[in-house]
Design a protein around this ligand. Structure first.
Ligand SMILES: NC(=O)c1ccc[n+]([C@@H]2O[C@H](COP(=O)([O-])OP(=O)(O)OC[C@H]3O[C@@H](n4cnc5c(N)ncnc54)[C@H](OP(=O)(O)O)[C@@H]3O)[C@@H](O)[C@H]2O)c1
Length: 435
C-alpha cells in the first residue's frame, strides 16, 4: 500500500477524471478546503480530464494540467491519487481505473455501475498492486452507507439491508401521490427539473438501485458483488390508482432495494413494494435516500439523507480521499479479494412474501366469491379486502392483501385469477414489504 505522506508541506496530488456534476463539486471542495483531511496533509488537484476542453465549467480549470485521455491521467506520475468521476460500467471509466491500479495508485470513484459489475476483478487488481480502491460516493451520494457497512458494522452480523436508493424514483412516487398526476406526467417534469436523465431507463427500470444494493450486499455479507444475481423490477407499471388504493389500506408504494441473508442463502432485489405508512422508509419523500440495516446484535439502524448532488457527493469522494491520505484503508470487500466468498443465491422456491393484488372486474354478482375461491384453492389466504368504485373506470377495482405465502404459489394463483372471465384487465401484483 502507498506510504502515507509524513509532511504537511508535501501535498497529495489528485488527478480528477470527469468534470460534470460531481467532478466540479470536488474541484470546488478542494479549492476551498485543501486541508480537509484529518492530520493536516493537503490535497491539491494535479491534473484534470473531461471529454471537452472548451466546455464552460462552474469551476476554474484554466490553471490545471489538462489530459484528453483519462487513461493517461490515471497512469501519469504527476499525481498520487486518481479520482474517477466519468461514470459507466465499462469504457473509459473502467480503462482509467485499471490503469491507475496497475500503476499501484489509489483510486477513488463514485461509479456504482463499475463497482457493482466489475467489483471483484477490480478488487483483485487493486490488491495485487497494493492500491486502495474506495467508492463511498457510489451509494447514497453524501449519506455514508458504504462506510457504515464496511467499517461500523463489521462487529455485527448483518441480516438485512433495505432502502430507497434512487432519488429519481422516490421523487416520482412522492409527486404522483401529492399532486395526483400520473407516472408519465411526473416523469416529464422530473426530466425538466434535472431529477431524471433524458434516458431514464437506469433509474426507472431499477438498475441504478440494483447497482447500489449489489455493492451494499457485498459489504454487508462479506462476499463478491453479484449484480447478475439481482432480481430487478422498476417503476414503469405503477399507476396512480395503486398509489391511492395502497394508501387506503395503510401503505405507501416505494421502490425498495433489498439485500437479505438467511440460512438458505442471500438475495438481492429491487422492486416496488407497499411499505406501512408509519414506517420510516415510507416517510422518506422526494429525492431523499433512506436505508435500514439490520444487525443481529445491534438491531435496526436507519439512515436518511441526500443520495445525489454536487456538494454531498463530492463530500463523500473527499471522505475516501481522506482515508487514503491518512492510511485508513481496508480490503475492498472486507476479505482479501483472492479469497472472497461467492454470493450464495437463495433458491427462488424459498422466497416467501405478502402480496397486494388489484383487480379490475365487471360490476356483477359472484365475482368476489370466484376470486376468493381461486385463491383459496391455490393455497393463498386473504388478509384484507377492499372494494372501491372509482369514477371513470369501466369496472370496479377490488384490492386484496394476502398473508405470507411462497411467492411461486402467489404467482401461480395470480395466473389463475387472470383467467377468470370477470376480469377486465390483467391483475396487478405488488409485494408488501416484510418490514
Ligand atoms: N450526479 C450525482 O449526484 C452523483 C451521485 C452519486 C454518484 N454519481 C456518480 O458519479 C459519476 C459522475 O457523475 P456526474 O453526475 O458527475 O456525471 P456527468 O455530470 O455526466 O459528468 C461526467 C463527466 O465525465 C466526462 N467524460 C465522459 N466521457 C469521457 C471520456 N471518454 N473521457 C473523459 N471524460 C469523459 C464528461 O466530460 P464533458 O463534461 O466534457 O462532457 C463529464 O465531465 C458517475 O459514476 C455517477 O454515477 C453521481
Amino acid at each position: 500500500m502507498r506510504p502515507v505522506k509524513a509532511s504537511t508541506t508535501d501535498p497529495w496530488r489528485i488527478g480528477v477524471a470527469g468534470l460534470g456534476t460531481v467532478g466540479v463539486g470536488l474541484l470546488e471542495l478542494l479549492a476551498r478546503r485543501p486541508d480537509f483531511a484529518p492530520g493536516g496533509a493537503r490535497a491539491v488537484v494535479a491534473g484534470v480530464c473531461a471529454r471537452s476542453r472548451s466546455r464552460p465549467r462552474a469551476a476554474e480549470i484554466a490553471h490545471l494540467p489538462w489530459f484528453d485521455d483519462p487513461v493517461a491521467l490515471a497512469a501519469s506520475s504527476d499525481n498520487d491519487l486518481f479520482v474517477e468521476l466519468i461514470g459507466g460500467s465499462d469504457g473509459p471509466a473502467k480503462a482509467a481505473v485499471e490503469a491507475a491500479l496497475r500503476a499501484g495508485k489509489p483510486v477513488v470513484t463514485a461509479n456504482k455501475a463499475l463497482i457493482a459489475e466489475h467489483g471483484l476483478e477490480l478488487a483483485l487488481l487493486a490488491e495485487s498492486h497494493a492500491a486502495p480502491l474506495l467508492f463511498e460516493a457510489a451509494v447514497m451520494g453524501g449519506t455514508p452507507a458504504v462506510k457504515m457497512l464496511r467499517e461500523a458494522m463489521v462487529g455485527d452480523e448483518v441480516a438485512a439491508v433495505a432502502g430507497i436508493l434512487n432519488g429519481t424514483c422516490n421523487y416520482i412516487l412522492t409527486e404522483m401521490e401529492t399532486s395526483g398526476r400520473d407516472f408519465a406526467e411526473v416523469l416529464a417534469e422530473a426530466k425538466r427539473l434535472g431529477y431524471a436523465e433524458a434516458d431514464p431507463t437506469m433509474d426507472i427500470g431499477g438498475f441504478d438501485a440494483a447497482h447500489k444494493i449489489t455493492i451494499l450486499a457485498a459489504l454487508a455479507f462479506g462476499c463478491a458483488p453479484a449484480y447478475r444475481a439481482a432480481e430487478v423490477e422498476g417503476l414503469e407499471n405503477i399507476e396512480l390508482l395503486d398509489i391511492r388504493l395502497a394508501k387506503d389500506l395503510g401503505y405507501r408504494i416505494k421502490l425498495i432495494a433489498w439485500a437479505l441473508r438467511s440460512g438458505a442463502g442471500m438475495s438481492v432485489r429491487v422492486h416496488p413494494a407497499l411499505v406501512p405508512l408509519d414506517h420510516p422508509l415510507a416517510r422518506a419523500g422526494g429525492v431523499l435516500n433512506a436505508l435500514f440495516i439490520e444487525g443481529r446484535a445491534v438491531g435496526r439502524i436507519f439512515i436518511q439523507g441526500p443520495g445525489a448532488g454536487a456538494g454531498p457527493t463530492a463530500a463523500a469522494v473527499a471522505a475516501d480521499i481522506a482515508d487514503v491520505m491518512t492510511g485508513a484503508v481496508r480490503p475492498v470487500f472486507q476479505t482479501a479479494a483472492a479469497s472472497l466468498p461467492a454470493f450464495q443465491s437463495i433458491d427462488a422456491a424459498h422466497a416467501v412474501g405478502r402480496g397486494y393484488l388489484r383487480l379490475l372486474v365487471r360490476d356483477q354478482a359472484g365475482v368476489i366469491a370466484a376470486v376468493s375461491e381461486v385463491l383459496a384453492e391455490s393455497g393463498v389466504s386473504i388478509d384484507s379486502f377492499l372494494q372501491k368504485p372509482v369514477e371513470g373506470l369501466a369496472g370496479v377495482p377490488i384490492v386484496l392483501t394476502t398473508h405470507a405465502v411462497a411467492l411461486s404459489v402467489l404467482s401461480e394463483a395470480v395466473r389463475r385469477v387472470a383467467a377468470l372471465p370477470a376480469l377486465l384487465e390483467p391483475p396487478r401484483l405488488i409485494r408488501i414489504a416484510p418490514i
